[in-house]
Design a protein around this ligand. Structure first.
Ligand SMILES: NC(=O)c1ccc[n+]([C@@H]2O[C@H](COP(=O)([O-])OP(=O)(O)OC[C@H]3O[C@@H](n4cnc5c(N)ncnc54)[C@H](OP(=O)(O)O)[C@@H]3O)[C@@H](O)[C@H]2O)c1
Length: 442
């Protein structure tokens, strides 16, 4: 769009193709159609919605003219002459094919597809760089909350020390219900499904896959390195019991599913998703219901907290529309954002070498010397204890003549703590399993 005299021939209209018209896409389409003038004024040109690809083009879609609908997304991308393609279908294929095809045709892309970027980001960012087009994806992490752009632009001159976030609303809703209403996991999940906070198939959320995709994207942005979903250590919340919630409460803590990315002392990226004990005073402990929040600690900026709705049609469409306007402005000026910076190329640390604090809970024979023996066993594995609490087992727990030891460690290596747990379970004085929860912000 830059002419021979180096002036930009600003088009008066940019053509936009929308792929997907579900929860998010329908809201984006309606915003584009009802706020045309406002978006044009903000962008500097008309944004003309030239087509909307769906699976079932026969289904009525209130507010969206039938003539825009097509069930052939490939043809819309190939023949629609779109300057900007918004991908809101979700999943890996056909979105990967469609996004690459749009880029090959010189279109800029806006997407909310975390699964696609966490798996094939490298290929997509490289294609965008090669073709000199934009790829924007604010909505892929934490819906309406601006976090991609702050990491990509506002904080790019700083050094990110830690990112710790609640990036999945479904699991936060379930853990919150388990805490505040003392529901067990199955009841809380059923409540979430009934109220539309969880899918009929909740696997991606409750097993942590969704949060792991977002963790990969955040780690990649923060540390200018390639981090894929397969690099992310992942544990969901299906194993969290009412007893775990009670034990956390008794220590003045709550349990949250956290996505964590930080640099370790060896300059590697720690990137993990798992339930964690969080002190009630920590800003992340205060995030209730299906909200999301991301806590960022940077060398110069200090501690920042981003919070708000992490999903839903309107909130997510807000982020998508923001990207659309930004991409349109860039095209008018004949510039594009650098696609993706991986200049640091840092390795990802194995989970076994992660260092954090741990809360261990186990039932022991109530005899003199047991506490000292357990403490000695931990010390022998380089794990030092920050605090110990002993109490009687719950009335319905067997056998009698036992006590529950609850220990919080200082920072310790994951492999050392796992070795302690295996050894403790082999001793004669520990009954049953050792429960453990990683602890953050204590
Ligand atoms: N929902 C949220 O709150 C949220 C939040 C953040 C990010 N996201 C991301 O946003 C994206 C869209 O999510 P969503 O919740 O809006 O999904 P959705 O409600 O399931 O909508 C998907 C849309 O894609 C269409 N579609 C499916 N397969 C297609 C195909 N082969 N060809 C053409 N169209 C096809 C569907 O058509 P029909 O309408 O005919 O079925 C539907 O319109 C996903 O990447 C998701 O991860 C969603």
């Amino acid at each position: 769009m830059v002419n021979e005299t180096n002036e930009v021939d600003a088009p008066r209209v940019l053509r936009v193709a929308l792929l997907g018209c579900g929860t998010v896409g329908a809201q984006v389409a309606r915003t584009m159609l009802t706020q045309r003038e406002d978006l044009a004024a903000k962008s500097g040109c008309e944004l003309d919605l030239v087509g909307v690809a769906v699976h079932d083009a026969g289904r009525p879609r209130p507010g969206i003219p039938d003539e825009l609908l097509t069930d052939d997304p490939e043809a819309l991308v190939a023949d629609g002459g779109a300057d900007i393609v918004i991908e809101l279908i979700g999943g890996i294929d056909p979105p990967r094919r469609l996004v690459l095809s749009a880029i090959d045709r010189g279109a800029s892309v806006v997407t909310a597809n975390k699964a696609l970027l966490a798996k094939h980001g490298e290929e997509i960012y490289a294609a965008a760089e090669r073709e000199g087009v934009d790829i924007y994806y604010e909505a892929a992490v934490a819906g309406a909350i601006p976090i991609v752009r702050p990491l990509r632009e506002s904080l790019v001159g700083d050094q990110i020390l830690t990112i710790m976030g609640i990036v999945n609303g479904t699991t936060n809703y379930i853990l919150d219900k388990m805490t505040t209403e003392h529901q067990d996991f199955a009841t809380a999940l059923a409540t979430a499904q009934r109220l539309g906070f969880a899918e009929a198939d909740p696997t991606a959320d409750i097993e942590g896959f969704d949060a792991a995709s977002k963790a990969a994207i955040l780690a990649s942005l923060a540390y200018h390195s390639t981090v894929r979903i397969d690099d992310v250590y992942r544990e969901g919340i299906t194993g969290v019991t009412s007893e775990d919630i009670e034990a956390a409460e008794s220590m003045g803590c709550v349990i949250r599913l956290l996505a964590i990315a930080r640099l370790d002392e060896a300059g590697r990226i720690e990137v993990r998703v798992h339930p964690a004990t969080v002190a009630r005073e920590h800003p992340l402990a205060m995030v209730q219901g299906a909200n999301n929040a991301i806590f960022v600690e940077a060398a110069n900026a200090g501690r920042l907290m981003f919070m708000g709705p992490g999903a839903g049609g309107s909130p997510t469409a807000s982020a998508v529309t923001g990207d659309l306007v930004t991409v349109a402005r860039n095209r008018l000026r004949g510039v594009e954002n650098p696609a993706h910076s991986v200049y640091q190329g840092l390795p990802v640390a194995p989970m076994s070498e992660t260092r954090t604090r741990y809360h261990l809970r186990f039932q022991v024979v109530d005899q003199p010397g047991v506490l000292a023996a357990a403490a000695g066993l931990l010390a022998g594995n380089r794990v030092s204890i920050h605090s110990v609490h002993q109490h009687a087992p719950r009335a319905d727990d067997r056998p009698t003549g036992t006590a529950v030891l609850s220990m919080v460690t200082h920072l310790a290596r994951e492999a050392d703590v796992m070795a302690c747990i295996a050894e403790l379970e082999r001793t004669g004085y520990v009954h049953g399993q050792v429960r453990f929860m990683r602890a953050e912000g204590l």
